[in-house]
Ligand binder design. Structure first.
Ligand code: 6PG
Length: 255
């Protein structure tokens, strides 16, 4: 298992606050060095609590928001105003409240035409915005499903083994909607820091398997996330951690 910091917190609110502290700390470090900060946002519903925290008076004033570029780890093939859109969740809870300019946001346009072409278009956007052998995000936020998927990297899917492309289409996601775009494993693992936020009892078994089990990463794709020592933090609530043998929270980046 990747070297990771696992912090167990009471509930999703505590997870969101801890995530907001880590986010602000990382941004402050980059901005102190006059560097741009590039973050890949995760999908699903868990990040909403983090977005709301960051947009709240307690955190919003601690960041120079115009120095941050926002990307996405994955997106569903739906319009940007669709309830299933990861972009819409971020736009409603983070971009609009913080008046983030459109130029700072790199939407994954999975709804625009053929998925293959949309994947190539986003890869091109990453080349232009970041470049490199693989694009390096300062921070990648990730969630995890009850089946151990992360981003739109689902168990047994052929894209798990993609080691050249940066963005690939998924047409058969078991979590609806089925058609998506996702960053690939080598791109995620190029991030400076990766932060998983996992809450809820329905994820307890997958979390145990990912952090402590021996099953194949093909079965639990979150196991493929391994950005290197001291680059991976799990912020989980007590319900999601309820099956972990080592239940005690360990020191993490926030300590
Ligand atoms: C997606 C996500 C996916 C998500 C997990 C957790 O687009 O569905 O990227 O990987 O992070 O399924 O989703 P919840 O936060 O809604 O539990």
């Amino acid at each position: 298992m990747a070297e990771s910091n696992v912090r167990v917190l009471n509930d999703i609110t505590a997870v969101a606050c801890a995530a907001a502290e880590l986010f602000v700390k990382l941004v402050a470090q980059a901005q102190a060095e006059r560097k741009p900060f590039r973050v890949a946002l995760s999908g699903g519903t868990t990040p909403t609590a983090l977005y709301d925290a960051l947009a709240s008076p307690e955190w919003r004033s601690r960041v120079r928001w115009n120095g941050i570029a926002f990307f996405f780890g994955d997106e569903r093939a739906v319009p940007p105003d669709h309830p299933d859109s990861n972009y819409r969740t971020a736009n409603d809870h983070l971009f609009r409240p913080l008046r983030i300019s459109d130029g700072q946001v790199h939407r994954m346009k999975a709804d625009m035409g053929a998925l293959e072409a949309a994947a190539e278009a986003y890869e091109q956007e990453l080349h232009t915005a970041i470049g490199g052998l693989f694009p390096r995000f300062d921070l990648a936020l990730l969630g995890m499903g009850p089946d151990g998927h992360t981003a739109s990297l689902f168990p047994g899917n052929k894209v798990l083994g993609e080691d050249t492309r940066w963005v690939v289409p998924v047409t058969d996601a078991p979590k609806p909607p089925p058609r998506r775009l996702t960053l690939t494993v080598p791109v995620l693992n190029s991030a400076g820091q990766i932060l998983f936020m996992v809450t809820g009892k329905d994820k307890a078994e997958a979390l145990r398997e990912v952090l402590e089990g021996t099953a194949s990463p093909q079965q639990y794709p979150a196991k493929l996330v391994n950005p290197g020592p001291d680059c991976l933090t799990w912020l989980v609530d007590a319900a999601a951690a309820s099956r972990l043998a080592d239940y005690s929270s360990q020191s993490g980046l926030l300590s």
